[in-house]
Write a protein that binds this ligand. Structure first.
Ligand code: ADP
Ligand code: MG
Length: 719
């Protein structure tokens, strides 16, 4: 057996061994159904399950028993601490660890966990962003267990998923609004289902599968780049000679080191009951993707947050660095998080599945129209849901959706909608015709709806895929908006149809009319072509679609009257909560750019200019030596010419550097946040671009061993 054969055999063995262990390992660190059954008295178990199913808060009467059981289970699995695990508006997760120990009279300790500790926590969250919702003298924030998400063990700590709110009940986190929005869409979807005569469905849930893109690079090289370490993206870097033009990475073979990382990652995720399913290479070199099996929105949110955290941790173990920034490398594909979204009933029906009968078809078309209308009516909110300084770098760039919303339905579905709108009959090849609620729609094959990879919001057979969210963002931002705006369309439809039925009108006729009207009014948002093209941008603007190129343009949507009313109507956000979210997002945008600018200034003064000077000095020395040996023949030697070009660029660099310093200082003097946001966008970012152009020009001309940082080639192709 040769070496390669041996390796393959070993790998297969490891895989088989892993496969045998998976069922036992899966969810072993989650206090899930099995653990509950085992550790809770039957009566308490049933009560808890009921609470979870109905999305209520825990009954204090059983809290102590549940806490005790959780603690027993957790300590048996090696936990010594517990924490309320929550998702503040920083977009990452927060935890404050307490140990279970409690002193006894004889100087020993016992492990204790009380119901009140499980149910509610109090935390001094004054250093977490709150957007003015808590002035510092009322710095306390409260965390409360969300029983609809399972507790789990991470690093010897029992983590209890919680919501985080202020004294007045205002949401201070990303989970609370998601739970509110899930309730809102449930309420409205049920009204629609009742109109279709559905009596058995008690709850409609939002299902979400978040495909996660990321980069993996060598850890040693990562540490050599202050820009990556401090800001998450490269602020300088000349284009590599081999870019992604060759497109040989996508679905290419996975390198052994990356494969080991993925295997290890899967194992860690599975233990936490995170259904990681597919791992593959992405379009850019060193870029990869992880797709989980979809879950209800709340668990999908928790699991995606954990996935990001664990990716970074596992990468470290493999001497790799996992980059979750939306645009770590200029000129190379950015990373997104494709948010797959649908609605499912507790009877197991996916409401975005066209179905097989005329009734199912009609119901599907109504839900489809609700999403179309929602996206068209609230383009601005969808845009703001993905707005950040880092995603600004990606949207509208290489292989990324533009900053304009549109929807892809595929040709067949679009044709059906058009024929309904026009009132004529959709002519299939076999000459069948279709009327809403009477005829069966032609079957729409999944592959006809999965072709357009450029659409920001694509229908993919039985779900929608929102592709604008950034790779590092919390999916809560996008899903809160999708849930709320679709709830709004559904509530309007329900109002209209309920009134018609009360009037004794014909349901099918009213339905047909409503669908026609919705298509007529909102078809401008439908676009099946190439979203990456310039022609589309022009066409979109002609259609009156909105374009908010930057975060600063997008953010005011939070405060617009029609949106404030929408959030109030569905109980998602009050005005103060919206104002706080506006403020936090704007502040984070400003801080991000500020930090990037300072990092650039530092890198240029301390590393780049000295390196170039020293290289120019080498060149000049060589030129001088040449001249002294070779005489005038060497007066135009390439060293002299190169030194001349580099000196010129380095003078330009210094000038750009001073300009950037000046505008950063100026930005510091602006107090009004909105004015500051505009200044950062219009003045600081362009000054950064200018400096980068100069520096990248020098990198291109400088000997690689003289350049202070690993180049793009070294970062991207040598994992
Ligand atoms: P692909 O896009 O590669 O063809 P799929 O369409 O099967 O793969 O799934 C992509 C993602 O969408 C996965 O995370 C998957 O779990 C998720 N997904 C599939 N069905 C649904 C659904 N009904 N609701 C939400 N997400 C879904
Ligand atoms: Mg997909």
């Amino acid at each position: 057996m040769n070496k390669t054969e041996l390796k393959t055999e070993l790998k297969t063995e490891i895989k088989t061994e892993l496969k045998n262990r998976v069922p036992e390992m899966y969810g072993s660190l989650v206090f899930g159904d099995d653990a509950m059954k085992q550790y809770l008295p039957e009566k308490v178990y049933r009560k808890l399950k009921q609470t979870m199913k109905e999305g209520r808060t825990l009954d204090p009467e059983i809290a102590d028993t549940v806490a005790e059981a959780m603690k027993d289970w957790a300590t048996e699995h090696g936990a010594t601490h517990f924490t309320h695990w929550f998702q503040p508006m920083t977009g990452i997760t927060a935890e404050k660890h307490d140990s279970f120990i409690s002193p006894t009279e004889n100087g020993k300790v016992i492990m204790v966990f009380k119901g009140k500790e499980l149910m509610r926590g109090e935390t001094d969250g004054s250093s977490l962003p709150n957007g003015g919702l808590r002035s510092t003298f009322e710095a306390r924030g409260y965390t409360a267990w969300d029983p609809s998400a399972y507790a789990f063990i991470k690093e010897n700590t029992l983590c209890i998923p919680t919501v985080f709110y202020a004294y007045g009940g205002e949401a201070l986190d990303k989970k609370t609004p998601l739970l509110r929005s899930v309730d809102a869409i449930n309420t409205q979807a049920l009204r629609i289902l009742r109109l279709f005569g559905e009596k058995n469905v008690k709850r409609v849930t939002v299902t979400v599968g978040a495909e996660q893109e990321y980069f993996l690079i060598a850890r040693r090289k990562y540490y050599q780049r202050p820009d990556l370490v401090i800001t998450g993206r490269t602020l300088f870097g000349a284009r590599p000679s081999k870019g992604q033009e060759m497109e040989d990475h996508y679905f290419g073979t996975i390198k052994p080191r990356v494969m080991e990382f993925m295997t290890d990652l899967d194992e860690e995720l599975w233990k936490l009951g995170i259904p990681a399913k597919t791992e593959h290479n992405e379009v850019a070199p060193a870029q990869h993707e992880l797709a989980p099996i979809f879950e209800d929105a709340n668990n999908a949110l928790d699991d995606n947050q954990l996935t990001m955290e664990i990716m970074k941790k596992v990468a470290r173990r493999h001497e790799l660095a996992c980059l979750l920034h939306e645009k770590p490398f200029a000129g190379v594909n950015g990373s997104g998080k494709h948010n797959n979204w649908s609605l499912t009933t507790d009877t197991g029906v996916n409401l975005l599945n066209p179905g097989a009968s005329p009734r199912e078809n009609a119901q599907f078309l109504l839900f489809l129209c609700a999403v179309i209308q929602a996206v068209d009516d609230y383009q601005d909110l969808l845009r703001v849901s993905v707005a950040s300084a880092s995603n600004d770098q990606r949207l509208g760039g290489n292989e990324a959706p533009p900053a304009i919303l549109s929807m892809f339905l595929g040709d067949e579905l679009l044709e059906i909608l058009e024929s309904i709108e026009k009132g004529d009959e959709y002519q299939q090849k076999d000459q069948q015709t279709m009327t809403v609620g009477v005829h069966i729609m032609p079957c729409i094959a999944k592959d006809t709806t999965d072709r357009n990879r450029t659409s920001p919001f694509a229908f993919t057979g039985n779900k929608f895929e929102f592709r604008m969210p950034g790779s590092g963002a919390s999916i809560s931002d996008a899903d809160v908006i999708i849930n709320t705006i679709v709830a709004e369309s559904l509530s309007r439809y329900a109002d209209e149809l309920e009134a018609e039925v009360a009037r004794g009108g014909d349901f099918n006729e009213a339905l047909h009319e409503l669908i026609r009207k919705a298509i007529r009014n909102h078809k401008r948002i439908l676009f099946n072509g190439n979203n990456y093209s310039n022609e589309w941008r022009e066409e979109a603007l002609r259609r009156g679609l909105k374009e908010a190129r930057t975060t600063v343009d997008a953010l005011p949507a939070y405060l617009e009257e029609k949106n404030v009313a929408l959030f109030a109507k569905h109980g998602i956000f009050g005005k103060a909560e919206l104002e706080s979210r506006y403020e936090i997002s704007l502040e984070s945008y400003i801080k991000t750019v500020h930090l990037e600018a300072l990092t650039m200034i530092d890198m240029t003064y301390r590393d780049i200019l000295p390196a170039v000077s020293s290289y120019v000095n080498d060149l000049c020395t060589t030129a001088l030596n040449k001249k002294s040996v070779l005489g005038d023949a060497a007066s135009k030697c390439n060293e002299a010419l190169l030194a001349d070009r580099l000196s010129e660029l380095s003078a330009g660099t210094y000038e750009a550097l001073r300009e950037l310093e000046a505008v950063v200082a100026k930005a510091d003097d602006v107090d009004d946040m909105t004015v500051k946001g505009h200044f950062v966008r219009d003045t600081v970012l362009p000054a950064m671009d200018k400096l980068r152009r100069q520096v990248d020009g020098m990198e291109f001309l400088t000997a690689e061993d003289k350049w202070p940082y690993p180049t793009y080639s070294k970062l991207l192709f040598y994992v």
